[in-house]
Design a protein around this ligand. Structure first.
Ligand SMILES: Nc1ncnc2c1ncn2[C@@H]1O[C@H](COP(=O)(O)OP(=O)(O)OP(=O)(O)O)[C@@H](O)[C@H]1O
Length: 261
């Protein structure tokens, strides 16, 4: 059975059908890329899956549990995580303190009286940092980190909730090609190790073609194609929507090599 099953999902804003009855599934252990031009309905889809926006119609089920109608917090408790940028308020904390906060939240502990000196969950937090390659920077403030390292911390924060499904909005935006590949290779490794699933949006086609197991393509709220990257790359409807006729997707050789290696 698929981990995530989306059937007939739709949402309109006024007269605009932002998402117009889409169907797709995602298996555990896989990365599914959601692509489409601006305004295609990607954010609305994400927001319906994690409950920030209530769907007008259709169903989203996670391992058989219906999510439509549940409040975001409950959907999160069901194991649907999302990577968010580290909030300003937490950027002065150290790397490991940020993870400790996330673990407290997952364990439903109240952190009103939590202080940075608190040792709660430090060992568990360190294990998560090891998994994302940030152990050596555990005691640095987040403000002192390189951008690509912040992305790793954000990933560890999302993992603290032990998600079965992780939603990632443009995980590699603003990163150099090598860093992009490192982050996606890490994500892929974690997906396999934890048998979780990732649904991600991404503007970099290099990343998508190199790391997605499957892809779905939206245009004006409709799902116009789905399949493996090779099928999508040559799909006439997709090429037309993206580039008009006559152009094709080009694969960045660095990404291809990184993936192959
Ligand atoms: N809160 C809203 N109120 C009104 N219209 C909205 C709202 N949110 C989205 N829309 C409209 O729904 C459509 C889909 O928007 P959405 O943000 O989901 O697309 P997207 O694929 O994420 O775009 P982008 O790549 O630009 O972020 C667009 O036409 C958008 O203008």
């Amino acid at each position: 059975m698929s981990l995530l099953k989306v059937v007939g999902l739709g949402k309109s804003f006024g007269g605009v059908k932002a998402v117009d009855g889409i169907d797709f599934e995602l298996q555990a252990g896989q990365l599914l890329a959601l692509i489409g031009p601006n305004g295609a309905g990607k954010s609305t889809t994400f927001n319906m899956i994690n409950g920030q926006i209530r769907a007008d119609r259709g169903s989203v089920s996670l391992d058989g549990t219906e999510l439509v109608g549940l409040p975001p917090r409950q959907i999160w408790r069901q194991g649907v995580g999302r990577t968010f940028q580290i909030a300003e308020t937490f950027s002065s904390l150290t790397v490991v303190e940020n993870i400790q906060m996330a673990l407290l939240s997952h364990q439903k502990k109240i952190f009103t009286f939590w202080s940075p000196a608190n040792k709660h969950g430090r060992e568990q937090a360190m294990r998560l940092l090891e998994q994302v390659g940030m152990l050596e920077q555990a005691d640095r403030p987040c403000t002192a980190l390189a951008y690509s390292d912040i992305k790793r911390v954000e990933l560890a924060i999302a993992l603290a909730n032990e998600p079965r499904l992780l939603l990632m909005d443009e995980p590699t935006a603003g990163m150099a090609p090598k860093e992009r590949n490192d982050l996606m290779a890490l994500t892929k490794k974690l997906v396999l190790e934890r048998n979780m699933a990732v649904l991600f949006t991404e503007h970099s086609m290099d990343v998508v073609f190199a790391y997605a197991d499957r892809m779905i393509v939206l245009a004006r709220g409709r799902l116009i194609a789905q399949g493996q990257p090779d099928e999508i790359r040559h799909h006439p409807k997709v090429q037309e929507v993206y580039f008009g006729t006559g152009k094709t997707f080009k694969l960045d050789k660095t990404a291809e090599r990184a993936h192959a290696g």
